[in-house]
Design a protein around this ligand. Structure first.
Ligand SMILES: [Zn+2]
Length: 174
């Protein structure tokens, strides 16, 4: 078993340590991992997101879910994913459930290729573009320990300095 206390999993916020380190691979897709994914779906729907990575639920594992519609039934799990981005660059306003109150223009590639394992242990590969490609790159960043704060421009960081300070203060008091 993977030793995850799923009942205690909750949303984590920048600059929490779990969001700033590289996550470790999932060794085995067992019931604990499936329970974790269910919990992540709860958080995704509750917080009205379209993607959520395990570190955002407080678990440093290489796993994320995506539901472009935001609906629970459309949420899909990507275990030990690799995301390779390609094509032209695009700059679009982006937010993150773990960095509340901040929206910033983030440069990402328009296309991405994802290879991952699903909850049945089957490996799959998909080509993505547009919002899906952007979401995959965002979630992959999470398991590599990168958040939008690391990708936003210096000007955006300055513009959002109050909110960033507030988040840091909240983190210290938890
Ligand atoms: Zn995020």
């Amino acid at each position: 078993m993977s030793q995850i206390d799923v009942d205690r999993c909750k949303m984590t916020y920048y600059p929490a340590t779990v969001l700033r380190g590289r996550a470790t691979p999932v060794e085995q897709i067992d019931d604990e991992i499936r329970r974790l994914v269910e919990k992540m779906k709860d958080l995704l729907v509750e917080k009205k997101g379209i993607g959520l990575a395990a570190p955002q639920a407080g678990v440093g594992l290489r796993l994320f879910i995506v539901s472009l519609s935001g609906k629970r039934e459309d949420a899909r799990a990507y275990v030990n994913p690799t995301v390779t981005a390609h094509g032209d660059l695009d700059e679009v306003e982006e937010g993150c459930l773990s960095v509340p109150g901040i929206w910033a223009k983030i440069r990402r590639y328009k296309k991405a290729t994802v290879t991952a394992t699903d909850l049945d242990g089957r490996q799959f590969t998909e080509e993505a573009e547009g919002l899906y490609a952007r979401c995959l790159q965002h979630e992959y960043d999470h398991i590599e320990g990168t958040v939008i704060v690391n990708r936003m421009s210096e000007a955006a960081r300055i513009a959002h300095r109050r909110q960033l300070k507030k988040l840091a203060d909240q983190q210290e008091s938890t």
